[in-house]
Design a protein around this ligand. Structure first.
Ligand code: ATP
Length: 305
């Protein structure tokens, strides 16, 4: 049986500006995405017949299994395969297998990553020959973060996050991710954001110019000082204990510390690999998270291996 395997990174938002809720329920975003080396793998194998199935395997640490991942058509990898099949009139099926490393409901777009990976894997397996633009269009229909996870690297996200454009970024960044013992619902965090702005809608979001300058220069300290996330106050209100994680970052001399996306994962920017190991040890010693995972970025987006 033929098989294709795709590796796909998690995403973080170096800045996440969120505007007023649109009529379609989405929020306008101005964000800078970065793909980091915390990767899921999605394998697509040929099957007899036209079924698309998925199984999910968790690697190593028990915390990865704490949140449920659907193994039916609600799994974003299955949705992606079905959307590609519909778009190209494919008659074949596929057995998908996900090796899950990205924290589930962690604000790192793990489900979207699997969707992007399934698009690339099934395109290769079925010989669809989809163009980059066609894959991006299907990706945007699956979720706001999915186009970026095809793209990878460091990029600007506009619209509701699906309009991805390259940004000049130099350097390699050393991150530590403080993993929480249970996830946060993205929908709940956005609902909290709307409630906070019920009386005065937030302004249209912008990316901080200082962040773009620091990225262009490969200036890690400048990037750390410019990290921002409009959703952080909501995540902190829902999970006050995340303040303890931010405090460890500060004590440990992190260049910047921020809640990742809708949380509850917190990201700490380290000076180098040694500092990253030191911050990870501090987080674990203080007992403020269930795991502290070191990863670098930027990484390429979903790609065949
Ligand atoms: P985001 O950062 O995109 O808001 P997240 O990283 O917080 O999302 P995910 O891990 O992507 O959260 O999971 C969000 C929801 O998507 C979960 O409730 C999960 O049931 C569902 N889901 C669907 N497919 C997947 C998948 N392949 N992996 C993980 N979750 C999935």
């Amino acid at each position: 049986m033929r098989t294709t395997t795709v590796r796909v990174p998690a995403k973080i938002n170096l800045s996440l500006g969120v505007g007023p809720r649109r009529e379609d329920g989405y929020h306008p975003l101005a964000t800078v995405y970065q793909a980091v080396d915390l990767c899921d793998e999605v394998r697509a194998t040929e099957v007899d017949g036209d079924s698309v199935s998925v199984e999910v395997h968790f690697d190593g640490d028990g915390w990865r299994e704490q949140a449920p991942v659907p193994t039916d058509e609600n799994n974003l990898a299955v949705k992606a395969a079905l959307a590609l099949r519909d778009a190209f009139g494919v008659k074949s099926g596929a057995a998908l297998s996900i090796r899950k490393v990205i924290p589930v409901m962690g604000g790192m777009a793990g489900g979207s990553a699997d969707g992007a990976a399934a698009l690339v894997a099934c395109d290769a397996l079925w010989g669809t020959g989809a163009s980059r633009a066609e894959l991006e269009e299907i990706a945007a229909g699956l979720g706001s973060d999915v186009p970026f996870l095809l793209h990878g690297g460091t990029a600007l996200g506009g619209g509701r996050g699906e309009e991805v454009s390259p940004v000049l970024a130099r350097g390699r960044f050393h991150w530590v991710f403080a993993i929480a013992d249970h996830g946060l619902s993205t929908a709940e965090v956005y609902a909290g954001y709307d409630a906070r702005h019920a009386d005065a809608p937030p302004p249209m979001p912008e990316v901080p110019p200082t962040l773009l300058t620091a990225l262009a220069a490969g200036d890690a300290a400048g990037v750390g000082a410019s990290l921002s996330n409009d959703l952080q106050p909501v995540a902190l209100a829902l999970r006050p204990e995340l303040r303890d994680v931010l405090a460890v970052g500060e004590q440990g001399g992190a260049l910047g510390t921020l809640v990742s996306g809708s949380g509850p994962t917190v990201m700490l920017l380290a000076e180098d690999a040694d500092h990253s190991a030191q911050l990870a040890r501090m987080l674990l010693a203080e007992g403020v998270c269930v795991d502290a995972v070191q990863a670098t970025g930027p990484e390429p987006g979903a790609h065949l291996i």
